[in-house]
Unconditional design. Structure first.
Length: 304
């Protein structure tokens, strides 16, 4: 009987010490699907967010585990064959995404985009802007990345209210958002995309936000209703910074490009030098556990 086959999107040597007793192939099935597809037991899809990375799943008749390199799995879950374990990339992007969250937040509050535009015009344009210090931050989502964001927020002398799907300890339930939004100066979204969070931020959500509040979306674009966000930005009541949009990539004719008070980055929360060492470490550890028949990390339940 041949050893279980692992498909990786990178050289197994990058793992440092991949376990023996497994076979490895470097494959990007969005470009080419080798004849070995029916032998794959452990699949690590390429680091992409589009559904094409999952199109090969029905052909993987020996599949036991899918280990994503993304924290979100909404592009894979709908295509997952029954009985296959799905493991998220929890932990891979904590540092990178938390850093970008603070970058967008601070840049928006302190007016950095306006300074860059003034620099392009060779114009000296000082202005008075709000600080992050003394703000009340509402952190919507308190998984691994949410916790990493909180750890980086606290030294800025802010008050943080944490929200998750269900209440626990000092974490409030997402059902409490209507009563929490009016007091928040900054609202950060870092929830997974599920049926309960899709279109969570709609006209009513935005209307409940405090005048002058900043919305930062680091979750998924579909968590926010785009047309409602555009309308709220044009009203001048709030500002926003988003690393994710709906759809992606953002079409050239999208009204978001010209919406006032908006800073957009092109879904690069995890795209930093901090990603790959953490990705390789997680995949290596998972493969060692898989080869030894031990429980895997980050196994997701059917509903999240």
């Amino acid at each position: 009987m041949s050893a279980p086959l692992v498909w990786l999107p990178f050289d197994p040597a990058d793992l440092g010490d991949p376990p023996e007793g497994l076979r490895y192939e470097v494959v990007d099935p969005t470009r080419e699907v080798p004849a070995s597809v029916g032998e794959v037991s452990f699949y690590v899809p390429p680091y992409r967010l589009d559904p094409s990375v999952a199109a090969v799943l029905p052909r993987m008749t020996s599949l036991e585990v899918v280990q994503t390199l993304t924290a979100g799995v909404d592009n894979v879950r709908p295509h997952l064959p029954e009985g296959v374990r799905l493991c998220s990339g929890r932990g891979i992007h904590d540092a990178s995404t938390a850093e970008l969250t603070l970058t967008l937040l601070l840049a928006s509050l302190r007016g950095v985009p306006d300074f860059v535009r003034a620099q392009d015009r060779h114009a000296w344009a000082p202005e008075w802007r709000p600080a992050l210090a003394d703000r009340h931050v509402l952190l919507v989502g308190h998984g691994a990345i949410g916790q990493a964001i909180e750890a980086r927020l606290l030294p800025f002398e802010v008050t943080v209210t944490k929200v998750a799907r269900t209440a626990r300890g000092d974490v409030r339930a997402i059902a409490d958002l209507p009563s929490l939004l009016p007091d928040a100066d900054v609202v950060i979204l870092i929830v997974p995309l599920t049926e309960s969070t899709r279109r969570l931020v709609d006209a009513a959500f935005l209307a409940a936000m405090k005048d002058g509040a900043l919305l930062v979306n680091m979750a998924r674009g579909a968590v926010v209703v785009t047309d409602d966000l555009v309308a709220a930005l044009h009203s001048g009541r709030i500002t926003a910074a988003v690393d994710v949009v709906d759809p992606e990539p953002l079409p050239a004719d999208s009204p978001l490009w010209d919406a006032p008070g908006l800073l957009v980055s092109p879904h690069v929360g995890g795209a930093s030098s901090a990603m790959w060492p953490r990705a390789h470490r997680l995949v290596r550890d998972q493969l060692h556990r898989y080869a030894a028949g031990e429980p895997l990390w980050n196994v997701l339940s059917a509903d999240r």
